[in-house]
Design a protein around this ligand. Structure first.
Ligand SMILES: [Zn+2]
Length: 171
């Protein structure tokens, strides 16, 4: 249900993170592997929903399964569809979901999705710092620039009513 979105990204042992997304109806939780720069890719995808683009995809490596988020924006709402692809069912990161299994979906205001993703990434940075992040994610540094970009666009374009986002705009 709109407005009930929860999202978290928690670093586990070396080379994986727990990605959890839930709304009022259901929850989706997976372990994402470090073969890709997954958190950065997610930030870029959500950032892409600000501006002209209406469709974004981001693929996560679940070793060997691919999990793909398809984000479609209509005006100021975003539909989120999460697909599973058994190994070999499709080419990695393609824009064809045939052969995939829809395992979670929701529709949310872009302002809520943007806010939750920024908040989750900020929590990761606050908990681990850039050094701690690199130690755990090993192959990729914390995506500082990607987080800054998304935070800036979210605060500029979403009219977010969260205290923290409002305060930053007034400064
Ligand atoms: Zn916000």
């Amino acid at each position: 249900m709109a407005g009930d979105l929860q999202f978290s990204w928690e670093l586990g042992g070396a080379g994986w993170a727990t990605c959890r997304i839930a709304d009022g109806g259901s929850e989706h939780r997976v372990h994402v592997g470090y073969c890709t720069d997954a958190l950065a890719d997610l930030l870029y995808a959500v950032t892409g929903l600000y501006g002209g683009t209406t469709e974004q995809r981001v693929s996560f490596d679940l070793e060997p399964v691919e999990m793909r988020w398809v984000l479609r924006r209509q005006e100021l709402d975003v539909s989120i569809a999460v697909y599973w692809f058994p190994d070999g069912a499709t080419s990695w990161g393609s824009s064809d979901e045939t052969g995939g299994t829809l395992s979670w979906s929701s529709a949310q205001p872009r302002s809520v999705l943007g806010h939750k993703v920024v908040e989750a990434a900020e929590t990761v940075l606050r908990e681990h710092g850039e050094d701690g992040y690199l130690e755990k994610w090993v192959r990729h540094p914390f995506p500082v620039a990607a987080l800054q970009d998304l935070r800036r666009l979210h605060r500029r374009d979403d009219g977010c009513r969260h205290e923290r986002c409002r305060k930053d705009l007034e400064q």
